[in-house]
Unconditional design. Structure first.
Length: 345
């Protein structure tokens, strides 16, 4: 065990998705020189999942069950206490932590707990996994289930499990659906019995790249062929900023990616978009407003904010109509956007 921050991985999914099977498979791949802490969130009072984990009698696995509700809400304090106790007792021996929430909770609150609690040692959020299957991941379920949307939105790795029980067309529908998400998912895996390569989970967690908007209109193809150049943004906490130009279609785009320390005022943002409405063709973003994030979408002159489970950063991309008269000045644009910040950390 080194003095580096301990990586914490969430293994999430709806009930019956195969979370515990996946966790057991990962344990079988554990390097012999590592010790892991496994936190299982049992919704009831009987530690069934923990019993499966503990049955291996492996003394390099420390396991703890958190019962009495979801660790995202009613059992949140229980999670803190269990994790603190385990870290105080074993922190110099633990190399990696896995947390398996119930299939009923919202993982964003678990991430908030991990990031805001003062732990006995430093923790860092590693790559998170969400298991699903063709029966669960449908357009109808996506519209009805906020939990499903949260699980998928927050995960770095999506595992379409139980492919042996699904028709090939249904699996392809899942893949297509995942491929259309914003922001996109870097890792999509098809699996049976929850099997997942540990090396994929243990890869260093990196921010999702700032992508060109794939607008679902007549400009889709050209937007993906924008000429891209870096721009030296002056907005607080900017991680990257790019300008894209497409002279053939008289469009240009600018995109920002900020740290999660920036908090925007939604009322001010609405006014910002109203002021630039005549110039804008399209906009999309993930914006922190208050303590939560929202998916911002401007299409066909309609601005919409929807709640989304996201914690990594804030990002915004604007696509403008190029104009020979009264073109948008980027410096003024940035000043107006900076004025929409409620606070920065």
């Amino acid at each position: 065990m080194t003095s580096q921050a301990l990586p914490v991985h969430l293994i999430s999914g709806l009930l019956g998705s195969g979370k515990t099977s996946c966790l057991i498979d990962l344990i079988k791949q554990k390097p012999l020189n590592e010790r892991w802490l496994i936190i299982i969130n049992e919704f009831g009072d009987i530690d069934i999942d923990k019993a499966q984990i503990s049955s291996s009698n492996d003394d390099s696995i420390y396991s703890e069950a958190v019962a009495g509700g979801c660790i995202c809400c009613s059992a949140q304090l229980n999670l803190q206490q269990a994790l603190i106790e385990q870290l105080q007792q074993h922190q110099h021996q633990i190399d990696r932590i896995f947390i398996e929430p119930t299939g009923l909770g919202h993982p964003a609150k678990i991430i908030d707990t991990l990031q805001k609690t003062h732990w006995p040692c430093e923790l860092v959020l590693g790559r998170s996994v969400c298991l699903t299957n063709a029966e669960q991941l449908t357009e109808q379920n996506w519209q009805k289930s906020a939990v499903l949307r949260d699980l998928i939105s927050l995960a770095d790795i999506i595992v379409i499990n139980k492919t042996d029980l699904a028709a090939e067309d249904d699996i392809k529908c899942c893949e297509t659906f995942i491929g259309q998400l914003y922001p996109g998912k870097a890792t999509l895996i098809k699996s049976q019995f929850g099997k997942l390569d540990l090396a994929i989970v243990c890869k260093k967690k990196v921010p999702q790249p700032l992508q060109i908007l794939a607008a679902k209109d007549e400009h889709t193809k050209s937007l993906q062929q924008f000429k891209r150049s870096a721009f030296d943004s002056h907005i607080s906490n900017t991680e990257q900023c790019f300008v894209h130009t497409d002279t053939a279609n008289n469009l240009f785009s600018i995109g920002w990616q900020w740290t999660n320390k920036n908090q925007f005022n939604r009322v001010a943002l609405k006014q910002f978009f109203a002021n630039y409405a005549a110039h804008l063709h399209r906009a999309k973003g993930l914006i922190k407003t208050g303590n939560e994030w929202q998916l911002l979408n401007l299409s066909d002159d309609m601005l919409q904010f929807d709640d989304i489970a996201w914690r990594a950063d804030s990002r915004l991309q604007l696509i403008f109509k190029s104009e020979t008269e009264n073109p948008v000045n980027i410096s003024t644009l940035e000043s107006d956007l900076q004025a929409c910040l409620y606070k920065t950390e």
